[in-house]
Write a new protein. Structure first.
Lengths: 266, 343
């Protein structure tokens, strides 16, 4: 089952298209990772999935309907987004930021409701931010700040959550803190999660479904273990690799096939 | 969080913002009483308030308050509020504390439009001058936007283009003044000084009409404005019509500035300083519209009171006193930014 899919979507920024007519289906209730080399169009595809970009040809369907025909507020109640570099207003507290996630549920001249408060408290709880809800976002550590943004997307209370490189710029402990949080959200709250990630090891460990992109096309998609093979990864990234099992989870770990300095210059 | 209710309707506001709003309203009311009663004629507070809303209290209150002090005070309040609101919107949209209609050319464009109107059809009607100011402000805003547009609004380019266009507009105004006959030029010059002196109920009506139309539209989009401060992607993801909301808010900001300039001539620094002070007092994260408007009203009314207390030989325009508040604020901004502080 899928609520979000693209059909022959050609996507670009006004110039030549970056993504050339792709069909992807986001499986419900799973974590989907979009991977691929720099410039392959994975972030472009992600932006089209949340209607930040309009395909010049083809469509993005949300619940079977063209996402650009669904009222924007209605989309915001079904699909949440964590952008790559969101701006926190100066001096905003964690709780205030998370409360902004309720925007699509609010109307002019309708005050803050009990449902809003519940959603915000629950988002703070899920992300472990309850104790620092009154802290100022600018003063948090990178990991805490990222959790605060994820909490904002959580308070939006959407069945689908889309994250653009949620672990970039974080150290390894904070990266896994965020990934474990996403895992819990998927596992316990059955949220469908789509994320662009650079780290193949994270994709292998946490994603059920992987979409590998190359030069604006889908090179492979399917269950993580089927996509993350030496052959596919080697083709997509243009690097000879070997796959070994993760000693903890048994999922694929991808390592370059050459020793340092061992690859001929190309 | 404090919730104000009226039946099923209501708004939520932070306690502190609410308290600051109430305090500013109280200060404004106090200043209004001073404005209505202070002066050579001895008029009681009650008589002053009565006369200001058209209840006859006999001579000399009916004339001094009803025809001189009240329209002047109400003009200052309304124009101050318009400037505060205009600056708050612009600073929020550009995420830059320097973006203010009197800094980035909008007020100068309004001035040129008004002077051009006076040149072409005379200073017969304030409504016509106001329309000229609005056309001038919209024209220069479109030019500034066209000059600074590069796949979206780049705040620094917007400010630089605005400053440049402001000089062009001022030069045009100066040129027009040399082409006018002496009577029209006198009218235009008197207006270009920027003052609330001698304002009539017609001025109050124009300012009131502009504010009455635009304030509800702005407040209706207040949530969109706050959300836009988090970046376009986040705003759109939260269900805001990014382009539409920004367009409406920008036009409202320009029209508010144009209306203010039409009524009093260009008065500097209120639009720059009022939103910043409101933000500091309320400690709000992000734009705070009503406190900004109230702060603008307080600043302009207070500045005009100070101007009036000067000896008769020194009838200084109110703009000098708003600059006295604004210039130190600018220097403070410079000092802060040189220390690497964030706004």
């Amino acid at each position: 089952m899928t609520r979000l899919e693209t059909q022959g979507a050609v996507i670009g920024y006004g110039g030549p298209p970056i993504v050339h007519g792709v069909d992807v289906e986001i499986p419900d209730g799973q974590i989907t990772a979009i991977i691929g080399p720099n410039g392959c169009g994975k972030s472009t595809l992600l932006r089209a999935l949340v209607r930040l970009l309009t395909p010049s040809d083809g469509t993005v369907l949300l619940d079977g309907e063209d996402i650009h025909r669904v009222p924007t507020r209605e989309v915001a109640r079904r699909v949440g987004l964590l952008p790559q570099s969101p701006l926190a207003p100066a001096g905003i507290t964690v709780k205030e930021l998370v409360a902004r996630g309720r925007t699509p549920h609010q109307k002019v001249l309708r005050p803050w409701s009990a449902a809003d408060e519940t959603a915000v408290m629950s988002a703070l709880h899920s992300t472990g931010l309850t104790s620092i809800q009154d802290a100022v976002v600018d003063e948090l550590s990178g990991g805490q700040r990222q959790r605060a943004w994820i909490a904002m997307a959580l308070a939006q209370d959407t069945p689908l959550m889309i994250l653009d490189e949620p672990t970039t710029y974080l150290d390894i402990a904070h990266q896994y803190e965020v990934m474990d949080l996403l895992h819990r959200l998927n596992d316990r709250q059955e949220r469908t999660i789509v994320m662009v990630v650079h780290d193949l090891h994270q994709a292998a460990r946490y994603a059920h479904h992987v979409i590998a992109m190359s030069e604006g096309r889908v090179a492979a998609s399917g269950p993580a273990a089927e996509v993350l093979t030496a052959e596919t990864v080697g083709d997509v990234f243009g690097l000879e690799v070997r796959v070994i099992p993760d000693p903890v989870t048994g999922t694929p770990v991808i390592v370059p096939a050459h020793a340092p300095g061992g690859r001929a210059d190309t | 969080m404090r919730i104000l209710r009226l039946g099923p309707l209501g708004i939520s506001t932070h306690r502190r913002t609410f308290a600051v709003g109430l305090a500013l309203a109280a200060v404004l009311f106090g200043l209004l009483i001073v404005a209505l009663t202070a002066g050579k004629a001895d008029i009681s507070i009650l008589d002053g308030l009565k006369a200001s809303i058209g209840i006859s209290v006999g001579s000399p209150g009916d004339f001094i308050v009803g025809q001189v002090r009240a329209p002047r005070a109400f003009t200052a309040i309304l124009v101050g509020a318009m400037l505060g609101l205009s600056g708050a919107i612009l600073q929020s949209l550009t995420r830059n504390p320097l973006a203010s209609p009197d800094f980035i050319g909008i007020s100068m464009g309004a001035g040129t439009g008004a002077v051009l109107t006076i040149w072409l059809i005379g200073a017969s009607s304030l409504w016509v001058t106001a329309a000229g100011a609005v056309v001038g402000a919209l024209t220069i805003s479109a030019l500034i936007l066209a000059l600074s547009w590069r796949r979206g609004i780049v705040p620094l380019r917007l400010i630089l283009a605005g400053i440049a266009m402001g000089f062009v507009a001022n030069a045009t105004t100066q040129y027009l003044l040399t082409r006018m006959d002496v009577h029209d030029a006198g009218n235009a010059l008197g207006w270009l000084v920027g003052s609330v002196t001698g304002r009539t109920w017609t001025h109050v009506a124009v300012a009131g009409a502009v504010l009455a139309v635009l304030l509800p539209i702005v407040l209706w989009h207040a949530r969109a404005l706050r959300t836009l401060e988090m970046g376009d992607d986040t705003a759109k993801a939260l269900g805001i019509h990014v382009g539409r909301s920004r367009g409406i808010l920008a036009v409202c900001s320009v029209l508010l500035a144009a209306g203010a300039v039409a009524v009093t001539g260009p008065i500097g620094f209120i639009a720059l300083v009022a939103p910043a002070l409101a933000l500091r007092l309320t400690r709000n994260a992000g734009v705070t519209l009503i406190p900004s408007a109230l702060m603008g009203a307080v600043l302009l009314l207070a500045a005009d009171q100070v101007a009036q207390q000067m000896p008769d030989t020194l009838q200084l325009p109110v703009g000098i006193f708003t600059a006295a508040v604004g210039a130190p604020y600018l220097l403070w901004l410079v000092a802060r930014s040189s220390r690497g502080g964030q706004s």
